[in-house]
Design a protein around this ligand. Structure first.
Ligand code: KG4
Ligand code: ZN
Length: 338
């Protein structure tokens, strides 16, 4: 079964072809970072218009890479939420019309479920059940994953998501958008510990997180004096230490709490090197294993959507009646059951 995946929930247009026997046959992503940079963040209307421009060329590229034809596609999976309404609508209308034209099913996919299952696309992948740490720009959640479509929320951020905290702190330090990679690069040049930042909720006894206070603490430190470039690097390093210590400690704690052996990390912040170092070191001590998606599949992409659609179809999910569709800009992951 050949599944086309379409991702357009935010500022990346992703298209991919996943074959249930042969694996990922092709994937292409166009990032809008350069376009939004001038505005310091994503401009939803510009994002939607750009998705329109990119989808067909990306589809042609992926078909060529896979050596496939449109007529060979068996089903189309697309991100139906959560995300920017206009951007989602572009992907949804594209996917639904192509599916209608080819007379094949179209399957709405939850963006976070895509991230959650993306480590299963790697050659070295865990068996169910496992714990997943979802760390993206909009979400920070720990989930117990029993199988496709069976997820239990163990804990989540009560305020800012980890990626959001990276982005906002980067902005405070005068770094560009997207802030996460820029802040991580600056942190690599700094020394943690010179500035002292809190480790929010580290000992809260649950699996929830809070990151908005950390951003405020950075702001307070930044206001206290004129920051030199070296100060900024040290502050960035301490910020990264604080976020990754809390994330790694709680994620590994959740795996032990569930009596499981495997942790899966998904979402853009999963690309953070320091987070990976901490998780790997902690896991080695505790006899646990951590699985990551390929770095290219950590941030938004069509491959995870195609894969997720394929898994749902294999698990027996019936695609909704063709033609009509609903996007869900806000869509709790807990609503998903196969
Ligand atoms: O999963 P993703 O691509 O999009 C969402 O669904 O949100 O995640 C994007 C987030 C952004 O907040 C970005 O700053 C963050 O992931 N990010 C990073 C790194 N790379 C991306 N944060 C910290 N370190 C990184 N290396
Ligand atoms: Zn995402």
């Amino acid at each position: 079964m050949l599944i086309l995946g379409i991702e357009s929930s935010c500022d990346e247009t992703g298209v991919a072809l996943y074959d249930t026997d042969r694996g990922l046959l092709g994937h292409a992503v166009h990032t809008q970072v350069a376009m939004h940079e001038a505005y310091g963040g994503v401009v939803p209307e510009l994002a939607s218009r750009d998705h329109i421009r990119r989808l067909i060329p990306l589809l042609d590229r992926v078909l060529a890479e896979a050596g496939a034809k449109r007529e060979g596609i068996d089903a189309i999976a697309y991100t139906a939420g959560p995300g920017l309404a206009g951007a989602l609508l572009v992907g949804a209308s594209f996917a639904e019309s192509l599916a209608f034209a080819l007379d094949i099913p179209a399957l709405p996919v939850h963006h976070l479920e895509g991230h959650l299952l993306s480590p299963l696309l790697a050659r070295d992948r865990p068996d169910y059940p496992f714990v997943a740490l979802l760390v993206s720009g909009g979400h920070t959640q720990l989930m117990r994953v029993e199988r496709v479509g069976s997820y239990e929320l163990l804990g989540e951020s009560v305020d800012d998501a980890a990626g959001e905290a990276f982005d906002k702190t980067a902005k405070l330090l005068g770094l560009g958008y997207p802030g996460g990679p820029a802040l991580a690069a600056l942190a690599a040049q700094g020394t943690p510990g010179r500035f002292k930042l809190p480790r929010p909720m580290l000992h809260s006894g649950d699996f929830d997180f809070s990151f908005s206070g950390l951003k405020t603490a950075v702001l307070t430190a930044a206001k206290a004096r004129e920051l030199t470039d070296a100060d900024k690097a040290d502050l960035a390093a301490e910020f990264q230490e604080a976020v990754t210590e809390v994330l790694a400690t709680k994620a590994l704690g959740a795996v032990k709490h569930c009596g499981l052996k495997a942790l899966v990390v998904a979402g853009g912040v999963g690309a953070n090197r320091r987070l990976r170092e901490r998780l790997d070191a902690g896991a080695a001590k505790a006899g646990l294993r951590v699985y990551y998606p390929e770095v290219a599949l950590c941030t938004d992409n069509g491959a995870m959507i195609a894969f997720c659609g394929a898994q749902r179809l294999l698990a027996g999910a019936a695609p909704p009646e063709g033609g009509a569709f609903t996007i869900r800009p806000r869509w709790p992951l807990a609503d998903l059951l196969v």
